[in-house]
Design a protein around this ligand. Structure first.
Ligand SMILES: Nc1nc2c(c(=O)[nH]1)N[C@H]1C(S)=C(S)[C@@H](COP(=O)(O)O)O[C@H]1N2
Ligand SMILES: [Mo]
Length: 406
């Protein structure tokens, strides 16, 4: 479809603010660093119930958020990114027949919840504000490029999640002493029976952590269809591959989950990225499963290519880490030569985005390279140099936004 027709079809002309700006200039929503093929094929498109997002693939749906969505620390549900591995996703009628089974060879009993209400009424409710970030966020910026969905900066979001603790449900089922992992599975599946189903697992120590929720609400609303309706797992601090959507089965297991998605995919070179909680049952000599996120930040305003006044402008963005919380964000307006501490916004807890802002003051005319660099309460700072790995994970090199001061 012709781009102009598509955008008109989406009704973008009627939207104000950042969306309208994004719609009129492709360079404002597509990172200049993405591979040419990705840049040529990506388009703004709307899934049911969503604002237009950047469509990277349609089957399965892989849509990233516009960078403008990170001007606020809480990401609205209708701007939240969507990522699926497999294309057979139940429709709402199918998902309304949801039920959850809990069992496994290392469970004392099995449990069955026939509705969300039954689950909700069985346990105390909890809330956590946490970043859901795809392991592959920024993969498209890997240099040299790597295979996979070529995400830019928007394969992430931060929301207030409400649900019951996984731990409380596991304790009700009874955890035997030989339990090693909790296996999780959702209601979506492959179109072809030869494609491996999306089976994942968590080590017992993370599964039993207080922050891990079986969530049925996101920012005070039911989960959107494509973000896991009616129930998903929320695993704060860990990349989103463990955040199982349409969660339908939980097994307490004495064995490591052997699926393709644990044993082969979603792995990083052993020891390349430090973690607090090792996933010992899935580690091998060469590689570890990707688990805890790395400290990172994104500049959401100004956008690459923007024109800014000599009197100066305010840099806005968000920073996050793997659950220690953000201690400081520094901003540079001279291509990383000098850095100034930014002002931090409201603290939404250690697993959440932390907003930051910095007023630049007067600037000389010409091109200006703006960067941000976050440091966590664990003393970790964003990497100076990309820790390249074959799947393009954990890219936390400070982003550079180039604007023109005029
Ligand atoms: N059932 C199911 N859950 C899933 C996936 C999936 O393909 N199927 N993908 C995982 C991955 S890799 C990511 S990045 C997140 C994306 O969450 P979102 O689509 O709500 O943004 O879902 C996770 N949970
Ligand atoms: Mo992901």
């Amino acid at each position: 479809m012709h781009r102009r027709t598509m955008l008109t079809g989406l009704g973008l002309a009627t939207l104000g603010g950042p969306m309208a700006r994004a719609a009129t200039d492709r360079s404002l929503w597509l990172s200049p660093m993405l591979p040419d093929g990705t840049r040529a094929e990506a388009k703004l498109a709307r899934l049911p119930g969503k604002q237009p997002l950047i469509q990277l693939t349609d089957r399965p749906p892989n849509y990233e958020a516009l960078i403008q969505s990170f001007r606020t620390p809480i990401t609205p549900n209708d701007e939240f990114f969507v990522r699926y591995h497999l294309a057979a996703i139940p429709d709402m009628a199918g998902l309304n027949k949801w039920s959850l089974s809990v069992g496994g060879d290392a469970a004392e009993h099995s449990l069955h919840f026939a509705s969300v209400d039954e689950l909700r009424k069985g346990f105390p409710e909890h809330e956590v504000t946490a970043v859901c970030q795809c392991s592959g966020n920024r993969r498209g910026l890997s240099d040299p490029h790597v295979a996979g969905v070529e995400w830019g900066y928007g394969a992430m979001g931060n929301a207030v999640w409400r649900g019951v603790r996984l731990k409380d449900v596991l304790e009700k089922a009874g955890v035997k002493s030989n339990a090693v992992e909790v296996w999780i599975h959702g209601m979506d599946g492959p179109v072809l029976p030869t494609t491996p189903a999306f089976h994942k697992s968590l080590p017992m120590a993370k599964a039993m952590a207080d922050e891990v929720l079986i969530a049925y609400a996101m920012n005070g609303q039911p989960l959107p269809h494509y973000n896991g309706y009616p129930v998903r797992l929320v695993v704060p601090g860990w990349t989103a591959t463990y955040w199982m959507k349409h969660l339908s089965s939980i097994e307490i297991s004495s064995k490591p989950q052997p699926s393709f998605w644990m044993a082969t995919a979603y792995r990083v070179p052993a020891g390349m990225f430090g973690v607090d909680l090792p996933f010992l049952s899935q580690n091998d000599a060469k590689s570890w499963p990707i688990t805890e996120m790395v400290v990172n930040s994104v500049i959401a305003d100004p956008l690459d290519g923007a024109h800014v006044p000599q009197a100066g402008f305010t840099v806005h963005g968000v920073a996050w880490d793997r659950g220690h919380g953000v201690k400081q964000v520094e901003v540079s307006t001279d291509d990383g030569k000098t850095w100034k501490p930014a002002q931090l916004g409201e603290d939404h807890g250690p697993f959440a985005f932390r907003g930051f802002s910095l007023a630049t003051g007067k600037l000389p005319p010409g091109p200006c390279k703006v960067s941000a660099r976050a440091t966590s309460n664990a003393g970790e700072t964003q990497a100076d140099k990309l820790k390249w790995n074959p799947a393009g994970y954990h890219n936390n090199v400070p982003q550079t936004v180039t604007v023109t001061v005029a």
